[in-house]
Structures are given as C-alpha cells and as structure tokens.
Design a protein around this ligand. Structure first.
Ligand code: ADP
Ligand code: MG
Length: 606
C-alpha cells in the first residue's frame, strides 16, 4: 500500500483560492478600493496601466498598518474586521473574509507601502508567489499604497483568459463607479495609462452621481428618501424621460455595498410602470440601509448577490418609496390619483416600521395590489420565486436576437424574384409582393434590418459609407465608460459614415454623420447607436464589429407600424432581393413567408 494524499503547498492553495476572488484586474480594483474605504481614508487614488494587467495601484490616506499587520495582511483568512461568528451579523465594513490580499499576492507581484500616523517611518514589503521577497523601512505619507503588478504572471492560463484592454478597462470603470458612488464624502481619482479619467471632489451624493454618470442627469434626478425603523432608503431615480434602452445606469446598494438584485429591480420597474416605454430602463442609484442581522451574509461577497431576511417588505418599501418620490415631484401624469393617495397613506411610506407594523403593512391595500395586480409580479415568498425572473429577464438577454444563423435557413438566391409593381402594405407592417408562382409576405422591419446589415458589412469591409460633413461641428460629452467604448468603435464608425474626433476630457467633436441620416439629429443618433450597442454587448459570441453592425441595423431599421409609400416599398423590396441572404435577419428571424398559388388553389378546391 502506498499513501497518495499530500497537502498542497501554501502558494498553490492560495492560487487556487484566488481564482474565486481575483478573476480579472477589476476584481483587484474592487478589493483594494474597499480596503481603502474600510481603512477610513477620505482620499483614494486608483492608478492602472494596461487596463490593470500591468498595474493596479490604490493609494489611500487611511489608518495604515503596523509592521506586523502589514505582514499578516497577506495571510489567508487574515482580517482585522471580524473576530467571532457573531460579528458576521453586525458587519459594517466592506470586506471581512480576509482573502483579498492573500489572493492578490498569490497571482501577482505586490508592493505594499504603509505607515500609521503615529509612526515616523513606514514599511515597504515586496511579495511574489505569496512570499515576501523584500522588506525595508520607507518614508511615505500616512496611509497605504498597494500596487499589484503583472496579474497572473505565474498563471499564464488565466492571463490568456483576460479580455482586450478596452473590455478590462470597462470592468474596472464599473467597479470604480460602484465604490465611488457609495462614498461621495471621499475624494477619488482614477488614472489610466497616465491620464486622469475621473477626478471626484468630495460632495453630495447628487454631485457624485452627476460626476460619474454625466452632466445630462443634472436637472433630471428625483430624490428618494423614506425612513422607517426597519429600513431606510435614499438616493435618486432619473426622471422618466431619461430612461434608456440599456440597463446601464442602475445601482442598488445595501449598507453601501453594490448589489445586483433582479428582485429589487423588478420593484423599481413596477414603480415606474407606465411612465416609461416598455423596453426601456430608468436610471437609479438607491441606497438601502438596514440592520445587518436582516441580511444573509453567507452569500459570497464577490458575487454581489444578497438575501434579505424578509424580501417582501424590502420589495414593497422600495416600490412605494420610488412611487412616492415620483408622485411628489408630480411628474407622474399617468399615475392615477387614487393610487397616489394610497401610496402616501401606506404604512410603508408614512409610518416607521416596527415588528407589528410589518405584518399590518402586508395586509394594507397597497401591498395587496403589489401582489395581486398582475401575475407576472406575484410575490410568493422565497420558494415561489423561482419563475418570476423569466417574466422580464428576456428583455435583456434576448435569446431570440442572438440566435445563430441556422444553416438550413441560408439561401443563396431566390428563384422567384417578386415583381415590384402592385406592392401593398398590410397593418403598416407587412408588404405583399407577388411573383409568378405565388406571393411573399414581407415583414418590413426585418427586411430593412437585413438590407442595412449587408450595407454596413460592405462598408466596414471596403466601400465606406459617405459622410455628410457638418457645417458647424458639435461637441458631445460622454460618460467615461462611453468614452472608452467610443474609442474602441471609432475605426469602424468612420467606415460607417460617422466622423468623430476625440477632443479630450470625454468630449468628441462630431464632424459628420452618414449621408442618409437627417442632419439635426446627430447627437440623438450617436446616443442611440451607443445604447443599442451596449444592449448587444453582453453577448460574447460576436466580435465588437459584428455587434456594431447588428446594433446599427436594428436601430436604424424602419419599424413595424410605419406607413410606407409605394416608392419606399419598391425600394425596400428591390434592395432586399439584392441582398445575399434576403430571407433572414442577421439575428435569425425570418424576413418573409412565401405562399404558393398552387397551394392556395388547392385550399379553395380548385
Ligand atoms: P478583509 O478586507 O476581508 O479583512 P483583506 O485581505 O482585504 O481582507 O485585508 C486584510 C487586512 O489587511 C484587513 O482586514 C486590514 O486590516 C488590512 N488592510 C488591507 N488593506 C488596508 C489598507 N488600505 N489600509 C489599512 N489596512 C488595510
Ligand atoms: Mg478587503
């Protein structure tokens, strides 16, 4: 008999454990920023090079660490934040598992400099493969600087999994925004490859939101604020007119921690019900504070999910608080008066929550409208919630749209080319076009999507679309995330007829737009283009160019419900059958159905 079990060496064990905590540069950004916040800093600077692949550095002016702590900090399960299991139910800090620094030291080279205000000298520690390679005193300002270099230098397989710099930088910006938004009382700056992307002076939450998400929200935020014994909510929602086609600007924080909650998002969408178009998403940045004992913190902290002890109450509270805020700002013309009154008088809104009131709130008429009004909104407590996601998730992860082309749907040529005289439109949505042996029923939007898609593919592959130069070039300011995205798309956009020039500071000059787009709408066109792109951008199957082509085709296509003139129908049908693949949209939907005269004759007994 031979024994075959061995203990993994520490550095390997750490590397494996690190896989969960540090997946990409952005994960380190999140952990390091949170540590700086936990250390009580009021100035935090983030510096990255090469989208964090070469360097992620966070410099804070917080508590600093003693020499012993500085070494201890990199041990697995080393934390100053909890000492007992009970502490888990009182947790107020961002971190507590003591895994972040150990993980970072396992998969990157680390340089730590730290000094406590009471000490004259600081300490410098250099680490590689979870081991200290250098340690010496250093003169630095009080606080901590941690630099993570060459992420995954020792795990090449994981390094290969990293995405393009633009994609990784976007993840970093997302994490940065989430932390910076939670702490407007802290100064933050963010520098990428030597260029300052964000410089966020301390201020109010509203100022911070505008700094982060862009000036366009300046006069468009509605304050939400409700307090009760059970929980508080505060923050802002965008006025309905700021609702977008993409889910981008939506932030929930629970006890200052960014969370994803499809459930709470649903509460919010319900509050906006009818005020915004069906497929659009309102902006929100809402902060929920409640007793940590009411949260299940056993959920992994990097997963951003959360379990509430009592979800129903949180749901009802969020929903009524937002409805209340919207009603108060009287921007809710479609909200009927009775409901308005009902909201103001719900316990959830008007009175603090106490143990007894929780149950009475559940019996209140408003609460019951939440749970009865519409099956898709039915709340059934924990077990019953398995399916509710299905009701609205498709809006985002529209699988239809991403369906790959089906081999047998491809046609190379159409045998029966229809005539383009005597076309007519049905229901402002379909065009009937006959040919010798029957007729086609063409869905106009699908047809146009196919035409535009082929036109755009042609453009990026050689024959660029003509640009119509603006006589008075406009400048346009974007959020930092959109700026990164635009830079990424710029080369293809030029071929597609959009001429944009970077002008520094998240600003671009619009020199021209495609010749066939009405002038005067330049800004809207570009905004919509970006939104539609982001709508697609979760899909990893496609290259960024492919996503751009698909989203532009979708965005610019004539929609169902529009009256087409005879000339327009003729142009559409002609263009369609000049396409290489006229019968399906780029996203795999049929463009037309074909009906045969012979079959029709049969059906009529002839
Ligand atoms: P956690 O944050 O879960 O405690 P980390 O691995 O992120 O675990 O950090 C370990 C410990 O190192 C922290 O508990 C804290 O005491 C210390 N530490 C980390 N970063 C800083 C910092 N920027 N300033 C002061 N102390 C820090
Ligand atoms: Mg931490």
């Amino acid at each position: 008999m031979t024994d075959i079990i061995q203990l993994l060496p520490d550095n390997i064990a750490n590397q494996i454990a690190a896989g969960e905590v540090i997946q990409r540069p952005a994960s380190a950004v999140k952990e390091l920023l949170e540590n700086a916040v936990d250390a009580g800093a009021d100035s935090i600077r983030l510096i990255v090079y090469d989208a964090g692949k070469a360097l992620v550095q966070v410099i804070d002016n917080g508590s600093g660490m003693s020499e012993t702590d500085a070494r201890m900090a990199f041990e697995r399960h080393a934390t100053s934040k909890i000492t007992s299991i009970e502490d888990l139910f009182r947790i107020k800090t961002m971190g507590f598992r003591g895994e972040a620094l150990a993980s970072i030291a396992a998969v990157a080279q680390v340089e730590l400099k730290t000094r406590q205000a009471g000490n004259d000298t600081g300490i410098f520690i250099e680490m590689e493969n979870s081991a200290v390679t250098r340690q010496e005193p250093v003169a630095i300002p009080a606080g901590t600087s941690i630099a993570m270099k060459n992420l995954f230098f020792n795990v090449p397989a994981r390094r290969n999994f990293l995405k393009s710099n633009a994609a990784e930088l976007r993840h970093i910006i997302d994490e940065f925004i989430r932390v910076a938004m939670s702490f407007p009382e802290i100064f933050f700056s963010f520098t990428s490859n030597g260029q300052e992307v964000f410089h966020l002076e301390k201020g109010t939450l509203k100022q911070r939101i505008i700094q982060l998400l862009g000036n366009s929200y300046n006069t468009k935020l509605v304050s939400v604020r409700e307090q009760s014994d059970y929980m508080n909510i505060y923050g802002f929602v965008g006025k309905p007119e700021t609702a977008k086609k993409t889910r981008g600007d939506q932030y929930f924080f629970v006890n200052n921690r960014f969370i994803r909650s499809a459930y709470l998002n649903h509460a919010l969408m319900n509050a906006f019900n009818e005020m915004i178009p069906r497929d659009s998403f309102p902006m929100y940045a809402l902060f929920i504070d409640l007793d940590p004992a009411q949260l299940d913190i056993n959920v992994h902290p990097t997963k951003q999910e959360i379990k509430f002890e009592d979800e129903k109450i949180v749901y009802a509270f969020v929903q009524s608080a937002v409805k209340h805020a919207l009603a108060q700002f009287s921007i809710t013309p479609t909200l009927d008066f009775e409901l308005d009154m009902a909201i103001e008088h719900t316990d959830a809104v008007s009175k603090p929550f106490t143990e007894e009131k929780i149950s009475s709130a559940e019996r209140s008429p408003l609460f019951s409208t939440f749970i009865q009004k519409n099956q898709s909104h039915l709340i059934e407590g924990r077990g019953g919630l398995r399916n509710w996601k299905d009701f609205y998730e498709p809006a985002e992860s529209n699988n239809e749209v991403n369906k790959p082309l089906h081999e047998d749907m491809r046609v190379t040529s159409l045998k029966n080319k229809p005539q383009t005289e005597h076309l007519f439109q049905l229901h402002f949505s379909f065009i009937v076009a006959q040919h010798d042996k029957g007729y086609l029923l063409i869905q106009q939007q699908n047809a146009h999507e196919r035409i535009l898609y082929e036109k755009f593919s042609g453009a990026v592959n050689g024959k660029p679309i003509a640009t119509q130069r603006s006589l008075f070039p406009l400048t346009m300011e974007f959020s930092a995330a959109d700026t990164v995205l635009l830079h990424e798309l710029l080369p293809d956009l030029v071929h597609l007829g959009y001429s944009l020039e970077p002008f520094g500071n998240n600003t671009f000059v619009i020199q021209g737009i495609p010749a066939d787009i009405d002038p005067g709408n330049e800004k809207k066109t570009i905004e919509r283009m970006l939104e539609q792109y982001k709508h697609f951008s979760n899909d990893l199957k496609f290259s960024k160019r492919e996503k751009l082509l698909r989203s532009l085709a979708l965005q610019q296509s004539v929609k169902a419900g529009n009256l087409l003139t005879e000339r327009e129908m003729k142009a559409l049908v002609d263009d369609l059958f000049d396409c290489e693949m006229p019968n399906i949209t780029p996203n795999g939907k049929p463009v037309y159905l074909e009906f045969w005269k012979e079959e029709l004759d049969k059906l009529f007994g002839r």
